[in-house]
Design a protein around this ligand. Structure first.
Ligand code: SF4
Length: 336
């Protein structure tokens, strides 16, 4: 319920409207999981709430810690389904990687989540609760609050756009967690129509696109939905995004042996980067069980880096974290 709806509910019950504000604050600011937690609300009111409402909070069923400090959570939802979320600590920041769907609507060949298929979308509160849980872990284990959020867990966030947006509203609102939208990145495999919608909605968070190839045939072979949303459409949408938001785009990119490790692949990427101001994250690949995809060798990565830099494109090589507990990029598949 929105705050207004809660206020109306209390007035209709013959109580004061501000009671709605109190309950709202408990839910969205203090992360209460039961009505009993709402200690500034009278016992009678708490009982009445208990009779009328349910808080479908998430439960961290299992927590695994990596040798590099990364924490992976198996998060049980109210209907028994499970998603995973990850806390990634570095020297300067703590990042929450959250899920937006149970399974995924898409079918990227290199991704463990794709094998689960989409079971349902997460509700806004289920996304929000993952952030609250990781913020608590960050304070408990690293003595600092969560600093960044990436929507890079299970699911394609733009296929659950409305709920992702509602969750981000709660995360960024001063009445919620008050986090800056600049510290939030929504990572998509590239759904052109939805990228344009985000631009029209004037969202303030950052955009990352899992590109992995700027050649249609190659991209379609590893991300089959590229056939429906080819690179030309993606390019148009990204140009539209930049024209409206003036926000630089990050391309997430894995280099695989025998798939996209040639000079021709880098040249296509350089060409694609010219369409809108962008930077490239070269991400280390984490094999999933079948071993079909293999990280390219160091020479191929160096070639990407030097060719991109020669064309004045910012490039960062990202080491994956949490590999030993299957918490790294592309490995989330409810194995724990
Ligand atoms: S990489 Fe992302 S979009 Fe592709 S299948 Fe995996 S979770 Fe879905």
């Amino acid at each position: 319920m929105t705050k207004e709806e809660l206020r109306h509910f209390f007035v209709a019950e013959g109580d004061k409207a501000f009671r709605g504000n109190q309950v709202y604050e408990w839910l969205w600011n203090k992360g209460a999981h039961t009505f009993e937690d709402m200690t500034n609300v009278s016992k009678e009111t708490r009982q009445m709430l208990q009779q009328n409402f349910v808080i479908n909070h998430i439960k961290v069923d299992q927590m695994q810690k990596s040798s590099d400090g990364t924490i992976k959570n198996a998060v049980r939802l109210h209907d028994g389904l499970i998603v995973e979320s990850v806390l990634i600590p570095t020297a300067t920041r703590t990042t929450a990687c959250v899920s937006s769907q149970v399974g995924c609507s898409l079918d990227c060949k290199f991704c463990a989540t794709a094998r689960l298929k989409r079971m349902r979308n997460l509700n806004p509160d289920e996304i929000f609760d993952q952030v609250v849980a990781i913020d608590k872990q960050s304070k408990l284990y690293f003595d600092r609050p969560l600093s960044n959020i990436v929507f890079m867990g299970m699911g394609e966030p733009l296929m659950n756009y409305n709920n992702v947006l509602k969750a981000i509203e709660k995360i960024t609102s001063p009445e919620g967690l008050g986090m800056s939208p600049k510290r939030i990145t929504v990572s998509t495999s590239g759904v052109p129509k939805m990228i344009k919608k985000m631009a029209d909605d004037e969202v303030k968070f950052k955009l990352a696109v899992s590109l992995h190839s700027a050649i249609d045939e190659v991209r379609t072979s590893i991300m089959p939905f590229n056939e429906t949303f080819p690179l030309n459409d993606l390019r148009d949408a990204l140009q539209y995004w930049y024209a409206k938001t003036k926000h630089t785009i990050t391309y997430e990119y894995v280099v695989w042996e025998g798939i996209n490790d040639t000079k021709k692949d880098v040249e296509a990427l350089i060409q694609f980067c010219r369409f809108a101001p962008s930077k490239v994250n070269l991400i280390e690949y984490n094999p999933i069980d079948d071993g079909q995809f293999k990280q390219a060798n160091a020479q191929a990565i160096d070639m990407y880096k030097s060719m991109l830099e020669k064309h004045h494109i910012t490039v960062t090589i990202r080491r994956s974290r949490g590999k030993d507990i299957d918490a790294a990029c592309g490995q989330l598949a409810n194995k724990s």
